[in-house]
Write a protein that binds this ligand. Structure first.
Ligand code: ATP
Ligand code: MG
Length: 613
């Protein structure tokens, strides 16, 4: 995240503070609600009950430096277009403040600002003037505009006869030829064909080089990573994350993956429950489960390397399929089988214990089987798993068809089903740039990142943050040296953990403690301090930071609650602004009197000196 510059300062093109937009909700009982009828009924927004209002944007704050390309991303209905409409002045904020300095040109809704009955030529003139350029100036650039839009043959036709692509072309051509300082672009670009979209992106690139400010709304995450200097992720009108585009896109993707994980988990539960309700005996073709039932598979779980239930994976991950079952009476002939299919039904892989020459001897009572697939080599997509136990001759005891969903997500958009390990090499005659060094999406903590003993890396925690959010878990953050853990610390941490669901404790690294507290500190090494903290029931995650303040951690983690001891004056609490800006709380808890590390060390030192040598 770039350092927030002074609102409205020379370096800032757009400053938004607590920007909020509330709309009237269209409820069934008042389906004929128009502005006119609202005015007639005299019931404008201020008279409406909260249930009749919808907050499309909720206390969103950001600074967009001059010359910055700023990406806004988020699910449908998250408030992206509303933000652009506010920035362009098409609509006014319900509350909060907005400072936009410079001439603005906006491409928000297809044909917005175009009059359908009149020709493209006349619309260009009107639009140009509306964007603050003199008619003469528009006419001087008219040929350029028409040429850029490639609309020579249609420019004199009424705009209502245009295709949506032609609308986008003319709208974009006008927007960029009025030489704005700030260009606002909504998702409309995507209606243009491949060639035109590329042309627009080149033009945007040119604008960037000319130091123009660009705010672009897009669902193309690759575009955000490639073209934007900063990004804002909105969800239900609220800021979920902002800052480095790659990090924000990762967080968004992890969040979506975590949601998918939960959704697929629920879907699987429902389908398994339904299949159980239907029982196993009927004709197989329309059933998802059938078999004679001497052996039953009572539970099938997909798990990740860490043993957590998971349905979303990335290529290279380890997938574990844990099967639990029961054989009420002894069974001698049994084979366990697994089948992986694409959502479209294409068989991806299938095997069973008979094919792999395991010889069944006897099964009786409750049993469990685990299949571990290391280094999953599937491309991005949805897959379904068949799991079964049957006789050698194939007669099923219990066959589960496509009841378990698996989703593979990847940064690489290769096609097909199987992703073999591979490497490109190019002869000297070919000049080609290597792709950027990037790990696959981080859906869960893995061994990819070097981690200090017991503590998490910022990257891991940051990715988990999205999962916490997806699960509606609030994150509490506190920090300190925690050198020689004492009762005062424990009481502070217990009260901190009561403020939310996940308590993250950030501790100064040994080097940072030495800088802050002197060469003789810390008494206890960072690894041992982390271990001691993690042994506490109330502590969920520990982070070690090298900086002298936890500001970077707080900015990356965006906790819902920041807890500090009451010995900290509110104004001195590092990260307070950042937490409150994102709607979080700062809580100060009273300290347990006469319990301080320094005090303890002094006591220990004085005792050491008191003992006769
Ligand atoms: N004029 C309006 N009156 C009432 N509700 C509105 C109005 N405009 C937008 N909304 C609501 O505000 C929310 C945000 O809409 P917005 O157009 O900003 O979403 P978006 O992020 O651009 O979505 P998409 O990706 O689908 O374009 C939506 O729930 C939408 O229904
Ligand atoms: Mg939109």
């Amino acid at each position: 995240m770039s350092a927030p510059s002074t609102p409205g300062g020379a370096g800032v093109a757009i400053t938004a503070r607590d920007l909020t937009k509330v709309y009237r909700k269209y409820l069934h009982k008042n389906q004929f609600t128009t502005l006119k009828s609202a005015i007639v009924s005299g019931s404008l927004i201020r008279d409406l009950s909260p249930s009749e209002l919808f907050t499309a944007l909720d206390h969103v704050s950001f600074d967009i430096p001059r010359g910055c390309t700023y990406g806004i991303l988020g699910e449908n209905g998250s408030g992206k277009s509303t933000t652009l409409k506010l920035l362009s002045g098409i609509t006014k904020p319900s509350s909060g403040s907005l400072d936009v300095s410079g001439r603005v040109s906006a491409l928000i809704e297809l044909g917005a600002g175009f009059h359908p009955e009149i020709s493209g030529r006349e619309n260009v003139a009107i639009n140009g003037v509306m964007l603050g350029v003199s008619r003469a100036e528009v006419m001087r650039r008219f040929d350029e505009i028409v040429e850029f839009a490639e609309m020579k043959d249609f420019i004199d036709a009424p705009v209502k006869t245009y295709s949506s692509g032609m609308y986008a072309r003319l709208g974009f051509a006008v927007a960029i030829h009025v030489d704005p300082d700030i260009l606002l672009i909504d998702e409309v670009l995507s209606v243009g064909d491949e060639a035109f979209t590329r042309k627009c992106l080149e033009k945007i690139g040119e604008f960037r080089r000319r130091g123009k400010t660009i705010v672009i709304v897009t669902h193309s995450l690759g575009l955000v990573e490639k073209m934007c200097d900063e990004a804002l992720w909105l969800r239900k009108g609220k800021t979920m994350d902002s800052g480095d585009p790659k990090r924000v896109v990762d967080a968004y993707l992890s969040f979506v993956a975590a949601q998918e994980n939960e959704l697929l988990g629920k879907k699987t539960q429902i389908e398994v429950a339904q299949s159980e309700a239907r029982g196993t005996s009927d004709a197989p073709e329309e059933k998802r489960r059938w078999g004679s039932g001497e052996m039953l598979l009572t539970d099938v779980r997909l798990k990740d390397e860490g043993g957590r239930t998971a349905h979303v994976f990335v290529p290279g991950d380890t997938l574990r399929i844990e099967i639990t079952g029961e054989a009420k009476t002894p069974v001698l002939d049994f084979v366990f089988g697994l089948g992986i299919f694409t959502a479209g039904g294409t068989a991806v892989y299938g095997t069973n214990t008979h094919i792999e020459e395991y010889k069944s001897k006897r099964a009786e009572g409750v049993f469990s089987v685990m299949i571990e697939i290391q280094d999953l080599r599937l491309v991005e997509g949805s897959y379904l798993l068949d799991v079964a136990v049957h006789r050698k001759d194939g007669t099923p005891y219990d066959y589960h068809r496509g009841l378990y969903a698996l989703r593979v997500r990847s940064r690489v958009k290769d096609v097909g089903v199987y992703r073999p390990h591979h490497k490109w090499t190019f002869s000297e005659a070919l000049q080609i740039d290597e792709p950027p060094e990037r790990h696959e999406l981080e859906l869960r903590p893995t061994d990819r990142v070097d981690r200090r003993e017991g503590a998490d890396s910022m990257e891991t925690l940051h990715n988990d943050r999205a999962s916490f959010r997806a699960l509606g878990k609030s994150v509490v953050f506190t920090n300190g040296c925690f050198d020689i853990l004492h009762a005062g610390h424990v009481s502070l941490l217990e009260r901190a953990s009561a403020e939310g669901d996940v308590l993250v404790v950030a501790i100064n690294s040994d080097a940072s403690v030495k800088r802050l507290k002197g060469e003789s500190r810390p008494v206890i090494s960072e690894a041992e301090r982390a271990e001691a903290l993690l042994a506490l029931e109330c502590v969920d995650r520990v982070l070690i930071y090298d900086e002298d303040t936890p500001l970077e951690c707080i900015r990356a983690l965006r906790p819902d609650v920041l807890v500090k001891g009451a010995d900290w004056a509110l104004d001195n609490i590092v990260g307070r602004d950042d937490v409150e800006k994102l709607g979080g709380r700062v809580v100060r808890v009273d300290l347990w009197p006469d319990r301080s590390t320094t005090g303890l060390i002094k006591k220990a030192e004085s005792r050491a000196h008191a003992v006769p040598k």
